[in-house]
Design a protein around this ligand. Structure first.
Ligand code: NBG
Length: 824
């Protein structure tokens, strides 16, 4: 402890240039972070060296998004120095919790997809898998959300302003990134046509490395984020012409590439700068991967034995064309050889079946920005369509394909002709990869049967499932110390590394003393949340209420509106004195809406309007409260999830690819109210469906309802309570003086076809909520179920997910000496 104290003081003085006597929490947080980083870097170097020494096969995880959140607490726990740090900082006059508050929540992603990437890096580090995360160091991460007059207002997330003590910026290792320009053809000595791309513009990619430690194993992997740097400083000619300001302007223009994260979740906006970001990221990453590979290898055909590249969604799919370009134009390989290398190296994860999220890029844009890549994509497509024809005519594909060959070719082509001629990035990712995986069982089945059914027939082995998982380090141990300590006192700490060990809690569910201790841990978490809300929102929570929580991105398919209709109905029953047996509850909502997503923003407004009305109504507000949590982010989730008793997972069946919030809640002992969707299905199967509150129509039922003509008006006319709730929303009951403010929401349901079947599931949802309220009154039974929920969540560890990827997709093994926990 004395060592750590000394290091902290030294960093305050010599790294931060401050007086250690002036007790600034900000300085002491930074100094502590630097002292922790010192303790990581030796192991990082040893880890990286061991990969070379053992010629280990490496895994590269390419993701445009990460959501690391805050690093301090997690890193202290991984290093096993949390208690030491707590004491050291307390000696220096600080509470560790207060210092941790100083850290900026790194929000380099939108939601589940980015957070999954961060959980996966954590698991690779803990399992000892030679992994690297690659991404972009956005100067501005996901916007900061404030709620003003009930509405979302976006503010810039200037997280770099305060500096990042965790990152190493490596300004000496710059990689060139080229755009535009032209392609020249030439003939090689064997008479083969060759291509050289001479680019118009160049910018530079600078690596920033963040260290990702494993749990108690001395294994530290790297997350390398690229930042755009202009090459103009090096262009003396430009300066010599006297155009100094012009040069500076160009520099700023170039560096714009990594300025900001696109804040849309599952909606593709097709902006030119976004494509630039993707290619910038991809080419820098591929260059770095090949640089490392070539240190030990000459023969490019050995690449798939040494390197596995996982594409996190289609955002980095242009990597397939980029690797082809290098192999063809720089290594001068033949097409077939190059293509085999690519397909064996790449694998692709799909994260959504929503059509509006499937990426396409206009051919005209690609031709201009990346002319050589567009040529390669055309060539990939031509060869692929010939192959489709061959397979379709062969016996094994059967009559299905053959009958309608032209249509089949149109459907699977990399190029779509309408509304504008574009490249379908998912198709490129599928045919350029040896593995295509979905992220939960139902999602994968839907990929096979609906979204990519043609590809499933063409390549029956390619599509596979890897159900998502979450890291128990952050989402149980670090976020929920009261519960973790209780668990550890009964079954030891092995569950942090091997989550299956939680099954040892099962017999304890029958032990009244253990149940009481379990409740006490939950209450402690609820009280903490209460203190936090008081500080942040100046609101007083009732900790004896049932805490009912719906936090995630705001999206119509996630159906925050269904929850809101339940709240309005409960309000009406209470007002009308029809709810004598109502179980008091506080309903929390939280989440960001894409700034351009009108309906999602209006939903936020409606939630806040209902909250204002309900909370101000003294007839009901001791029984029902509604809280909107502004600026939902990773560190807020770490506070809220441990305090939650009811987890809302109520997406339209078939629409949520997996969900990972659902897992975090159950792991922390919340009971789930949810639909038969995403990974919630597998959770119900693992836990026992009777221990969750499952309701609503299933995916196949919705398909047939749609086929037979779904008429939301029937539900409106047939259900008095529903009608009352909708009419109130449409009138100005919650928006005094602003008549019609929420009419778009209601019209969307009644006259817009209710695409997400809110009305169809309303009555069943109400029933399930009633069951929830009733069960909550029986605290012994509620607690028993809560314990069994957590005890049966072992499967949903990201360690299990990553082990499956490693075995079934990447063919990599954990580093020797790390397999049994303790590191070398
Ligand atoms: C999201 C899904 C979630 C899933 C995460 C991680 C996108 C495109 N998809 O259901 O909506 O849990 O990915 O796989 O963000």
């Amino acid at each position: 402890m004395e060592g750590l104290k000394k290091d902290v003081i030294r960093h305050v003085v010599s790294s931060l240039g401050s007086d250690y006597a002036s007790k600034s929490a900000y300085n002491y947080y930074n100094a502590l972070a630097l002292a922790v980083r010192d303790r990581l870097i030796d192991n990082w170097i040893k880890t990286q060296r061991s990969y070379y020494d053992e010629k280990a096969k490496r895994v590269y995880y390419l993701s445009l998004e990460y959501l690391p959140g805050k690093s301090l607490m997690n890193n202290l726990h991984c290093l096993g120095i949390y208690e030491t740090a707590r004491k050291a900082m307390s000696d220096l006059g600080f509470s560790l919790e207060d210092l941790a508050e100083q850290e900026w929540d790194a929000g380099l992603g939108n939601g589940g997809l980015g957070r999954l990437a961060s959980c996966f890096l954590d698991s690779m580090a803990t399992l000892g898998i030679p992994g690297y995360g690659y991404g972009i160091r956005y100067d501005y991460g996901i916007f900061h959300q404030v709620i003003e007059d009930g509405k979302q207002v976006e503010q810039a997330d200037n997280w770099m302003r305060v500096g990042n003590p965790w990152a190493y910026e490596r300004g000496q290792h710059l990689f060139p990134v080229r755009f535009f320009g032209e392609v020249k053809n030439w003939t090689d000595e064997y008479g083969r046509l060759r291509h050289t791309w001479t680019a118009g513009d160049t910018v530079l990619a600078m690596p920033c490395d963040m260290l990702v430690p494993g749990w108690d194993n001395h294994h530290v992997i790297n997350m390398r984020l690229w930042s755009a740097r202009s090459d103009v400083e090096f262009d003396l000619d430009f300066f010599n012409t006297g155009n100094y300001l012009g040069a500076v302007e160009e520099k700023i223009f170039d560096e714009k590439i990594s300025k900001v994260l696109y804040p849309s979740d599952q909606i593709e906006e097709g902006r030119e700068l976004r494509l630039k970001q993707q290619y910038f990221f991809v080419t820098a990453t591929i260059q770095d991967i090949l640089r490392r590979f070539r240190k030990k290898h000459q023969d490019m055909t050995e690449l798939p034995q040494s390197v596995a590249i996982q594409l996190n969604d289609t955002h980095p799919a242009i990597a397939i064309a980029e690797l082809m370009r290098i192999l063809l134009d720089e290594d001068l390989l033949d097409w077939e050889v190059a293509w085999d290398i690519c397909v064996s190296t790449f694998a692709y994860t799909n994260h959504t079946i929503l059509p509006e999220a499937l990426e396409t890029w206009p051919v005209s844009l690609l031709e201009r920005m990346l002319p050589r890549h567009m040529q390669i994509i055309y060539e990939i497509n031509a060869r692929f369509l010939r192959e489709v024809e061959r397979v379709a005519r062969s016996e094994d594909c059967g009559q299905l394909c053959h009958r309608d060959l032209d249509h089949l070719k149109q459907r699977v082509s990399l190029i779509q002709e309408r509304p504008i001629k574009s490249v379908r990035m998912a198709h490129l990712a599928i045919i350029g990869s040896h593995s295509v995986n979905g992220v939960a069982a139902l999602h994968t089945e839907l990929l096979k049967a609906r979204v990519f059914d043609d590809f499933q027939r063409l390549y029956p082995q390619k599509i596979n499932n890897k159900t998502n998982g979450v890291t128990p380090r952050r989402w149980l141990w670090s976020a929920n110390q009261p519960l973790s300590r209780l668990i550890a006192s009964h079954i030891g700490t092995g569950f942090v590394r091997n989550l299956d060990e939680l099954t040892q809690l099962e017999p304890l569910a029958a032990d009244p003393a253990f149940r009481e201790a379990w409740r006490a841990a939950k209450l402690e978490n609820k009280q903490r949340l209460q203190a936090y809300i008081k500080r942040k929102l100046m609101r007083e929570l009732h900790t004896e209420h049932l805490f009912d929580v719906h936090i995630k991105r705001i999206h119509e398919y996630k159906r925050q509106v269904l929850n809101l209709l339940h709240v309005v109905t409960a309000y009406n029953r209470l007002r009308h004195g029809q709810a004598a047996d109502f179980t008091p509850r506080t309903v929390f909502f939280g989440g960001k809406a894409a700034p351009s997503y009108f309906m999602a923003k209006r939903i936020i407004h409606a939630i806040n309007a209902v909250a204002a009305t309900v909370n101000a109504d003294s007839r009901v507000n001791d029984k029902l409260q509604v809280v909107y949590l502004p600026n939902y982010c990773v560190s807020q989730a770490e506070r809220v999830i441990p305090a939650t008793e009811l987890s809302e997972q109520i997406s339209t069946a078939g629409m949520e690819a997996s969900g990972t919030g659902n897992m975090k809640f159950a792991l922390n002992g919340a009971l789930t109210i949810g639909t038969w969707d995403g990974a919630t299905i597998e959770m119900a199967q693992a836990i026992g469906p009777e221990l969750l509150f499952i309701f609503g129509m299933r995916e196949d039922e919705l398909v047939s309802l749609r086929q037979h003509g779904y008429n939301p008006m029937l539900y409106y006319h047939g259900d008095e309570e529903l009608r009352e709730a909708l009419d109130m929303l449409r009138s100005d009951a919650f928006s005094p003086g602003q008549h019609g403010l929420f009419a778009p929401l209601v019209d969307n349901l009644l006259h817009g076809g209710d695409r997400f079947f809110v009305l169809a599931d309303y009555r069943q949802y109400l029933g399930a909520q009633q069951d929830v309220g009733r069960l909550y009154l029986d605290q012994e039974e509620w607690t028993r179920r809560s314990i069994l929920n957590a005890a049966r969540m072992g499967f949903f560890s990201s360690d299990r997910a990553i082990s499956q990827y490693a075995r079934e997709i990447w063919d990599v093994a954990p580093m020797a000496g790390l397999q049994n926990g303790k590191g070398a």
